[in-house]
Design a protein around this ligand. Structure first.
Ligand code: PLP
Length: 357
């Protein structure tokens, strides 16, 4: 028999629920962002379920992600956020992918390659991808440059959507509305997950939630309107008794203050349980929170189960779940749910619950 494996349970019903929440709060159509393999949860499974829920437009970052998604969803509208990079026009067209053109050079490249449907990314303050507003205005003023481009989306991206009070939000929204108005009749999209929670002013036509679909609070803390999507359970390999005064793990950073019972879990930073999560994070055994002690190592984690009498070899301890929402684990590691999700490693078995399509 195989040894028990670390398992990640992904609740597709919760993903569908979260998509409905994003639609309801923004008043717009949800176009799910499924880049990075749907933040590590499996783009084909997640996108297929959301397609069954009515989503028709999806966003990925890379061309290769678009090619993969096209196989899973032959009929979907798929935008590639990287746009029309050098040498990619042929593959984009072959797979019926729409580049989000992010610079005047990309507009020219797509057009010269034959053109077709595409989105346009106008930067309104993020200074990452996208035409500058002046470039967007210049483009609108010389429609010749768009002769071969069937522009069907204008989008921008919020820099501070996770901070509702940040003045950048309204500033970007107003700049976006002004530049989008130069392309009448073209669908508009501004909001990511955080933007959906900013309300209908930010909804425009399409919203592009990612992390909220996957149960991460866009503001870095659990959001009660969203359902948790993932639980992570690690097998207990061994329990052991550690006398008072002994240490546990690398660098001997934890010393037993009493006669302690310790459980060793089969998981570590190679699986994406970030080393920086300890001290501070927990695992729970049958609902009892047990602190992670000492250093998280590559394959193993020690937890103090002195007060969790049901902990036993062959059992499981939960690292993400009701007792420790993903946002809390992320906060203990000094990061966000985004990074925790996208780091969950290939050794973890993924299991889906809820309707698949
Ligand atoms: C990743 C990404 C999103 C989704 O962001 P979340 O904060 O996860 O909702 C939306 N739009 C763009 C341009 C992105 O790069």
């Amino acid at each position: 028999m195989l040894e028990p494996n670390a398992r990640l349970t992904i609740d597709l019903d919760a993903v569908a629920h979260n998509a409905r929440v994003c639609a309801g709060l923004s008043g717009a159509t949800v176009a799910p962002v499924v880049k990075a393999d749907a933040y590590g949860l499996g783009a084909a499974a997640v996108a297929s379920r959301l397609w069954a829920e009515g989503a028709r437009t999806f966003f990925v970052a890379r061309l290769a992600e678009g090619v993969g998604l096209r196989e899973a969803l032959p009929q979907a509208e798929v935008y590639v956020l990287d746009g029309c990079t050098e040498g990619s026009a042929g593959a984009l067209a072959d797979h019926r992918l729409k580049p989000v053109l992010g610079g005047l050079d990309q507009v020219a490249r797509w057009s010269q390659a034959g053109g077709g449907f595409a989105g346009l990314h106008v930067d309104t303050g993020m200074n990452r991808l996208g035409l500058r507003v002046e470039e967007g205005q210049a483009l609108a003023a010389s429609p010749d440059r768009l002769r071969h481009v069937d522009l069907d989306l204008v989008m921008s991206h919020l820099a501070c959507a996770g901070e509702p009070e940040h003045p950048m939000n309204a500033m970007q929204r107003d700049r976006f509305a002004a530049v989008a108005a130069l392309f009448p009749g073209v669908r508009r999209s501004l909001a990511n997950s955080g933007g959906c929670l900013l309300g209908a002013d930010y909804g425009f036509d399409l919203v592009r939630p990612g992390v909220a679909l996957y149960g991460g609070g866009p503001r870095g803390t659990p959001d009660s309107r969203l359902k948790p999507v993932v639980t992570l359970d690690l097998p207990i390999l061994q329990t052991r008794t550690v006398p008072k005064g002994e240490t546990v793990g690398y660098a001997a950073t934890w010393t037993s203050q009493r006669l302690s019972r310790i459980a060793i879990l089969a998981g570590g930073y190679a699986d994406g349980v970030l080393r920086s999560a300890a001290p501070g994070a927990y695992a729970s055994v049958d609902g009892r929170r047990c602190p992670i002690i000492g250093r998280i190592s590559m394959d193993l984690i020690a937890i103090d189960v002195t007060d969790a009498p049901t902990a036993r070899d062959g059992g499981f301890a939960q690292v993400i779940g009701p007792d420790q929402p993903i946002d809390d684990l992320a906060a203990a590691a000094g990061t966000l749910a985004y990074e925790v999700l996208t780091r969950l490693g290939p050794r973890i078995e993924r299991r889906y619950v809820g309707a698949t399509a």
